[in-house]
Design a protein around this ligand. Structure first.
Ligand code: UD1
Length: 418
């Protein structure tokens, strides 16, 4: 496929859009359904490619999956396959999340090291060390990791790094283990909190989610539930940054300000007017005030989200002065830097930090969406640029942004998919 996104920039975005369901949280919710034989209904899943990939993966393991609009109904009455087929695994990092449920429920799980964005080494030691500590035997068989345990036993797990997927996988495994598991240095992301709440509604006994220490009392079985996915804080943040970069006035309805403290604080520091209410978030320029440069570091939640690093950098090309962004989560998040330079940005990378000198008038160019968030950065730059920007590899944007061009058009942008 050679589809492109063509943006004629220079128009301030104005108006409201509704936040989609969270991509990552929906992926975790889908994987969680493998823990029960009962039917589970998940509402508010976003219409993005990754959800389709995860649905196909669950089907390959024997689950019945039906999608209708934003709803997904899943029943994994019987799991006929304990190894995730490679073709599904290469496309999706979150595919490794089938390991925890399969191991806990079936006593055996296998999955190759997964794909997803090319944003760094992305090791699996947190997952594998945790499974071993819960009593599993974990070996490598060719490309696949294979884990086995007749029944897992609760343990105290210290995570070397608060890995998000690692925490979720270990939560899955611990829900059906014998005894209590304590996860120390757990990820606290809202998506992790959400999946813990969903598991509790399925009969799990989890406490402390949302903090760095999570405790799980294992239970014999989980049952079905009906659950609604939280709004996507990264998507919401991307639209708000796009509005700010174009000098516009954008409201994201349904966005949860409590999930975006770090972004909203930085937007305030940059001199933007941020109105955050229960119903959503509105961001616009303060009349007569320029955008100010800021410094930030991307770290685990509740710190500034690595997924909003590149979109923020694109906005900072329009700030008056020198901004610094330090990436401390992934070592290869900086793919967008070269693309923004080719659009006229004064941006340089040294090690894991990025220096942005603004304001620079950006101009349209032929660029690539090198990963989902690098893609978001070039979209924002294209919206703020004069002339025409043509973005290749839109497949990466499809992984994270539902109906992107239509929703940008609803905000007044001139965007077409060709
Ligand atoms: C998830 C999200 C991704 C987000 C990231 C950080 C999904 C599908 N993806 O990715 O959008 O950017 O969280 O918020 O939900 N690490 C280890 N050992 C491990 C695992 C990870 O050292 O076993 C390191 C990685 O090298 C990286 C850091 O931890 O430096 C963050 O990775 P992690 O939190 O695991 O990110 P993901 O869960 O892959």
């Amino acid at each position: 496929m050679d589809e492109r996104l063509v943006i004629r920039g220079g128009r301030p975005l104005q108006g409201s859009i509704v936040a989609s369901g969270s991509k990552n949280a929906a992926l975790y919710a889908l994987a969680a359904t493998l823990l029960t034989a009962d039917p589970v209904t998940i509402h508010n899943t976003p219409a993005i490619a990754d959800i389709g990939e995860m649905a196909d993966l669950l089907r390959a393991l024997g689950a019945r999956v039906e999608r209708s609009g934003d709803d997904v109904e899943i029943q994994a009455a019987e799991l006929t396959e304990h190894r995730a087929p490679d073709e599904h695994v290469v496309a999706l990092r979150a595919s490794f999340l089938v390991m925890g449920p399969l191991l806990a429920r079936e006593g055996e799980a296998a999955c190759a090291a997964p794909g997803g964005d090319v944003i760094g080494v992305r090791p699996l030691d947190v997952h594998l060390t945790g499974f071993r500590a819960l009593g599993a035997e974990v070996v490598r068989n060719g490309a696949a990791w294979v884990a086995r345990a007749p029944r897992l036993t609760g343990a105290r797990l210290f995570l070397d790094y608060p890995s998000v997927l690692g925490t979720v996988n270990l939560l899955f495994a611990a829900t059906l283990a014998r005894g209590t598991t304590t996860i120390v240095n757990a990820a606290a992301e809202p998506e992790v909190q959400m999946v813990a709440e969903m598991l509790n509604e399925m009969g799990a006994r989890i406490r402390g989610h949302g903090s760095n220490t999570i405790e799980v009392d294992g239970v014999e079985r989980l049952h079905g539930t009906e659950f609604t996915v939280i709004p996507d804080r990264i998507e919401s943040g991307t639209f708000l940054l796009a509005g700010a970069a174009t000098g516009g006035d954008v409201t994201v309805e349904g966005a949860n300000p409590r999930h975006l403290d770090s972004l909203l604080t930085k937007m305030n520091e940059a001199g933007l007017d941020v109105t955050a209410a229960g119903a959503g978030i509105r961001v616009c320029r303060r009349p007569g005030h320029d955008l100010k440069p800021i410094q930030l570091q991307a770290v685990p939640y509740p710190g500034y989200a690595t997924d909003l690093h590149a979109p923020m950098a694109a906005m900072l090309t329009q700030a008056h002065g020198v901004s610094i962004v330090l990436e401390r989560v992934f070592e290869n998040r900086l793919l967008y830097v070269g693309e923004l330079r080719s659009m006229g940005a004064h941006i340089t990378a040294g090690g894991q930090s990025v220096m942005i000198e603004g304001p620079t008038p950006l101009f349209g160019a032929n660029v690539r969406a090198l990963d989902v968030r690098a893609g978001a950065a070039v979209v924002i730059a294209g919206l703020a640029a004069s002339g025409e920007t043509s973005i290749r590899d839109v497949i990466h944007l499809d992984r994270g942004y539902a109906g992107l061009s239509g929703r940008l058009r609803a905000l007044g942008a001139d965007v077409n998919r060709i």
